[in-house]
Design a protein around this ligand. Structure first.
Ligand code: HEC
Ligand code: HEC
Length: 265
């Protein structure tokens, strides 16, 4: 059969773009789906909305609203940027639809609340709030609301942090120090200890006694490199080369920070 020229061009383009997107086959992981969380104005009035707003407050001002479980100067938002909405900064909408999930860290299928307890213990260098208490219940409600309308059972694009391809060179902390001084010290301080004004943290500490501990996700160089690559310098994500991201991550994670609470020393 003969098609008019424009139609055959259209068919060619259509088949080429389909060729780039083969259907997922059995045994392959499904392709990630894009998702945008709902805007704040859709938080409903009433008890559910109140719990959601409380969760957001704890998330963005963790020391103020859940201080007894916090052992450093970070908030949840220090890493889960844009109030837990930013893709590739482990957004809460992506987290909500990913649990319960098996985690080799504690060899069990964990609920979302248990995963949040983990961030309190390691990333916040604090203690786990009770699973059925107000703190976890509010943050779970905030996450649930943020995932409103998200498809379940299929991975969402931007969930978790970027998984870096293995580095071409062994990450070099000495070179990373130069990257740090040029691209990071301005905000986090040459001493890595962050900045404060009026008792509130301005730029959070990236090492030292008031940062995340050695049991935290970001204490792994690969995880930190992926976080930095997509998110730092703040609002200039994806501007460092992979090599700079690996080296600066190796430098930051070679500095002093609180011990892993699971290890007696
Ligand atoms: C120092 C950085 C940091 C801080 C602070 C932090 N987290 Fe996390 N969080 C991480 C990292 C890293 C992961 C793992 C992401 C991954 O594996 O892709 C994570 C994972 C999570 C997950 C699961 C995400 C997923 O997709 O599986 C949730 C939920 C979560 N954190 C909640 C919190 C809450 C609530 C707080 C505050 C109490 C908090 N986090 C504080 C770094 C942090
Ligand atoms: C323009 C200021 C700015 C620059 C430059 C910057 N950051 Fe950040 N960084 C921030 C802010 C602000 C946060 C916390 C975000 C929030 O609370 O909303 C943050 C969070 C972080 C965190 C997670 C929280 C913590 O304290 O551990 C790490 C790690 C980090 N930055 C590393 C870096 C690295 C490495 C560089 C250089 C490549 C860098 N940042 C450059 C402002 C900056």
């Amino acid at each position: 059969m003969r098609y008019p020229a424009t139609l055959s061009l259209f068919l060619l383009v259509a088949s080429l773009s389909l060729a780039g997107l083969p259907p997922a086959r059995a045994g392959e992981s499904p392709r990630p789906v894009a998702f945008t969380p709902p805007p704040d104005r859709e938080i409903p009035a009433g008890p559910f909305g109140d719990l959601v707003r409380k969760g957001e407050k704890i998330f963005t001002h963790t020391g103020r609203y859940a201080g007894k479980y916090v052992g450093n100067d970070l908030t949840c938002e220090s890493c889960h940027l844009d109030r837990g909405r930013k893709p590739y900064a482990a957004p809460l909408w992506g987290a909500y639809v990913s649990y319960p999930r098996f985690r080799s860290k504690n060899m069990k299928v964990s609920r979302l609340g248990e995963r949040i307890q983990g961030c309190f213990r390691f990333s916040m260098n604090g203690t786990a709030p009770p699973l059925e208490g107000d703190t976890i219940r509010s943050i779970v409600a905030y996450s649930f609301w943020m995932a409103k309308g998200a498809p379940v059972g299929t991975p969402l694009d931007g969930t978790g942090m970027l998984r870096m391809a293995p580095p071409a060179h062994i990450p070099d902390p000495a070179r990373g120090k130069k990257v740090y001084e040029a691209r990071c010290a301005l905000c986090h301080g040459a001493d890595g200890l962050g900045t404060f004004s009026g008792g509130e943290v301005g730029f959070p500490p990236v090492w030292g006694p008031r940062s995340y501990n050695r049991g935290a996700g970001l204490a792994k160089v690969a995880k930190l490199a992926g976080f930095i690559k997509m998110n730092m310098p703040l609002s200039k994500g994806d501007s460092l080369s992979d090599r700079d991201a690996w080296d600066v991550a190796a430098y930051v994670d070679s500095q002093n920070r609180p011990a892993d609470p699971r290890k007696k020393s």
